[in-house]
Design a protein around this ligand. Structure first.
Ligand code: ZN
Ligand code: ZN
Length: 231
């Protein structure tokens, strides 16, 4: 099994190509603005017709916008966590954040992911990691220690925004705790560089960051409540 990174251009998400012989799994699709150049990159490794499925790490436009066009070329299905399906089917500009990109979200026909996803002899665990969005998933291949994390955690130890629709800090903190338990040798995030050593450290520092932020939010809230009670 080989994982090929197609780096996102501008706001586009990274796109990952998981290749096993002539079977290919595509993770995320970018906004759709750069689909021709993504297809050109794919052709360097395989034929786009070999893509058997597209998995979206979450519903955001920068990850899902290009999925319909690529799925038509490949003749394949698109999968996402069940919590993201409705937003995609109706092309909701708010929860997909297309509105934030001043873009039009075209409806995406997506099917629900299960707990695992099989590609030839490879088994991927689909780990529900809400927090950045309620439908965020991380895709884990235990045998190679590969984790595709979407916008939940980045290689630098950064975390995705939790203040967008359906996001929340407490869920993100719990999700990072789940990921901390994995043995991650290779981290493939939704944006920026990939990580090939000490990836668990990046997840740990992300978890510590959200903990300290949550803690300071609680302190600010307590101070505010205290001030309000004095009014
Ligand atoms: Zn993103
Ligand atoms: Zn996102």
């Amino acid at each position: 099994m080989k994982i090929v990174t197609i780096e996102g251009y501008g706001y586009d998400s990274n796109v990952y190509l998981i290749v096993e012989n002539d079977t290919v799994l595509l993770i995320d699709s970018g906004t759709g603005y750069y689909t021709p150049s993504i297809l050109e990159e794919i052709r360097k490794h395989t034929s786009p017709e070999n893509i058997s499925s597209i998995i979206l790490t979450h519903r955001h436009f920068d990850h899902s916008g290009g999925s319909t066009d690529i799925s038509k070329i490949a003749g394949c299905d698109i999968f996402i966590h069940e919590k993201g399906i409705n937003s995609l089917v109706i092309g909701d500009p708010v929860t997909t954040c297309a509105k934030n990109f001043r873009a039009k979200m075209f409806p995406v026909k997506a099917k629900p992911l299960g707990d695992t996803f099989e590609m030839e002899e490879n088994i991927f665990k689909i780990i529900h990691t809400p927090g950045h969005t309620s439908d965020s998933v991380s895709i884990y291949h235990e045998e190679s220690g590969s984790l595709i994390s979407g916008d939940t955690v980045f290689a630098s130890g950064g975390i995705g925004r939790w203040d967008l629709p359906t996001g929340n800090a407490a869920d993100l903190s719990e999700s990072l705790k789940k990921l901390e338990e994995l043995d991650v040798k290779h981290l493939y995030p939704g944006h920026g560089d990939t990580c090939n050593n000490n990836c668990n450290d990046a997840i740990k520092s992300a978890e510590e960051m959200i903990q300290s932020m949550e803690h300071s939010t609680i302190i600010i809230k307590k101070q505010k409540d205290h001030a309000d009670s004095k009014k």
